[in-house]
Structures are given as C-alpha cells and as structure tokens.
Design a protein around this ligand. Structure first.
Ligand code: 4NP
Length: 160
C-alpha cells in the first residue's frame, strides 16, 4: 500500500481539493485500493471541519467529491506516509521544520513539482478569493494529481 498526504495551511481548501482530485483519478483508473490518501493542515484552526463549502461546490461541479475532515499535520505523519505533498512554499517550510533530524526530506514535495511550467510555484490560497480562484486551484491540483501518480509509478518501477 502506497500512501500520500496532501498538506496546506488550514486543510479546508487546497489540500482537501488535492486529496479529492487524487482520489478521483485513482477511482477512474480503478486503483483506489493501492493507496492510502489523506490531507492535513500545518495549523489546527479548522480542526474537525469539512472542506470549505465553496471548494466542495466547485469540486462537485466537475464530479470530484471532497471527503476531508480537517486535522493538523503531526510528526507521526512522517512515519505513516510515503509522499507528503505541500501546496505552497510556506507549508513546505513548516513541514520541513517539523522534520527536526532531517530524516524525511526524501518524502516531502511541493505540489507544483508535478505540474508542467509551474515548478516551485505555490498553489494560490483561494480563501479570500472568488469562484475563479477556487476553479484555478482545482485545475492545478487535477494536473498535479496526474503528474504525481506518474511520478510515483516511475519511482516504484525504478526500485523494482
Ligand atoms: P487552505 O486555505 O490552507 O487552502 O485550507 C486556508 C483556509 C483557512 C485560512 C487560510 C487559508 N484561514 O486563515 O482561516
């Protein structure tokens, strides 16, 4: 079983969208049984909440269900997940800071690493934005989900 954890700040907008997009892709390819997928926030302010209703609505408009209930990223996640995918450079820095002995650097990535022409870019925070900003997040995480799945498949093929 491979495992992927998507991380953003609040765990109500971007990482739930990324989790939903990745799950959607796995369902389409009949590969959901191969993966454990979750999302988390570097803060716990929204702990226990469903994804933002605007993100749920825009995702559903393209057939993507967001199952996320917000939780905070915790140190044990480094052990429990193979791929930790951060939505922006702040999230990345905060996650790396929690890896105090730098043991898990090989597991930590930026979502944009898997999106063409977006290397090192942030998935923009839509929280104070409008419908277009939520749709842009979905465009980006859907492309990222595809790139990530290819990356994981290639990486595991090499290790065979
Ligand atoms: P997310 O978006 O990190 O994509 O979940 C945000 C959600 C909530 C807040 C900021 C960003 N907030 O300030 O409450």
């Amino acid at each position: 079983m491979k495992s992927v954890l998507f991380v953003c700040l609040g765990n109500i907008c971007r990482s739930p969208a990324a989790e939903g997009a990745f799950l959607n892709l796995l369902y389409q390819e009949n590969r959901a049984h191969e993966f454990k997928v979750d999302s988390a926030g570097t803060t716990g302010h929204h702990r226990g909440e469903k994804a933002d209703s605007r993100m749920i609505e825009r995702a559903e408009a393209r057939g993507i269900i967001l199952p996320s209930i917000a939780r905070q990223f915790e140190e044990q996640d480094f052990e429990h997940y193979d791929f930790i995918i951060c939505m922006d450079k702040n999230n990345l820095a905060n996650v790396k800071k929690m890896d105090s002995h730098n043991q898990f650097a090989h597991k930590i990535f930026l979502m944009s690493d898997f999106i063409k022409n977006q290397k090192k870019q942030d998935i923009p925070d839509p929280y104070y934005g409008n419908v277009k900003d939520f749709d842009l997040v979905l465009d980006l995480v859907q492309e990222g989900a595809q790139g990530l799945l290819e990356f994981i498949d290639n990486k595991l093929k090499k290790n065979e």
